[in-house]
Design a protein around this ligand. Structure first.
Ligand SMILES: *Cc1c(COP(=O)(O)O)cnc(C)c1O
Length: 225
């Protein structure tokens, strides 16, 4: 069951200022279809198998976002259709994405995931690794021909401490701004993907232009994994 009230208020709150990615992991295709019929086109999934199962049964004009932790050996399953890969944090993964994109004769847009939370468990690059990765890619436009780094993605600490969360989002914003003047064929940062159901308001205040929202739209998840 989708929450249409929350959907319309989110849409009017975000207007043209931020893209709403509806995070549909663990939710049935019917729920995605219902939101699609209200005009939603951007959907986010965390697991390759689940994404592929849904992609074949849902409308072809859905823009699928991969927001989970992508393993290199699974890139091939999503390379033909994926709209944006949010969680890239390794050079080897970018190489594989580039390779699969070549096979499909398309450019695959990617966001680099930065570790901004205080928790240990979350994936992502630190500042120095981010810098290295961006330098490597922009210096090698003849190898990285079929990927485009379009922005940064991050997840704040799961915390009630608003000042902590704000500090983390602000860091991501600062990093994004630092690189936003770069413009090579394979790197042009414009997307700042941050903010989920419980912290998107703060994320928007800190400059987010893409929010990833699940439970507000689809209800709580009974996490089977
Ligand atoms: C699940 C998930 C979301 C959505 O979380 P909600 O709290 O349900 O809005 C956003 N981003 C990522 C990376 C996720 O894994």
């Amino acid at each position: 069951m989708i929450n249409t009230g929350n959907y319309s208020s989110l849409r009017s709150e975000l207007k043209e200022n931020a893209t709403l990615v509806a995070v549909s992991k663990f939710k049935p295709a019917e729920d995605i279809q219902a939101l699609y019929e209200l005009g939603q086109r951007d959907f986010g999934e965390n697991y390759v198998q689940e994404l592929c199962d849904k992609q074949v049964m849902l409308p072809p004009d859905i823009r699928w976002h991969f927001i989970g932790h992508l393993q290199s050996n699974k890139v091939k399953y999503i390379a033909s259709f994926i709209h944006l890969i949010h969680g890239v944090d390794k050079l080897s993964l970018l190489k594989e994405i580039n390779k699969q994109a070549v096979k499909h004769d398309r450019i695959i847009d990617c966001l680099l995931q930065v570790h901004i939370a205080s928790e240990e468990t979350k994936f992502g690059l630190n500042e120095e690794e981010l810098d290295d990765l961006i330098n490597t890619i922009t210096a090698d436009t003849s190898s990285f021909t079929h990927i485009r780094i379009c922005g940064l993605m991050g997840m704040a600490s799961f915390s009630d401490d608003q000042s902590l969360v704000k500090k983390e989002f602000t860091l991501l914003r600062t990093l994004h701004d630092r690189y936003s003047a770069l413009s090579t064929a394979n790197c042009q940062l414009s997307i700042l993907s941050m903010g989920m159901s419980n912290d998107y308001t703060l994320a928007l205040e800190c400059g987010s232009n893409m929010v990833r929202i699940g439970s507000l739209l689809f209800g709580n998840r009974n996490n089977p994994k």
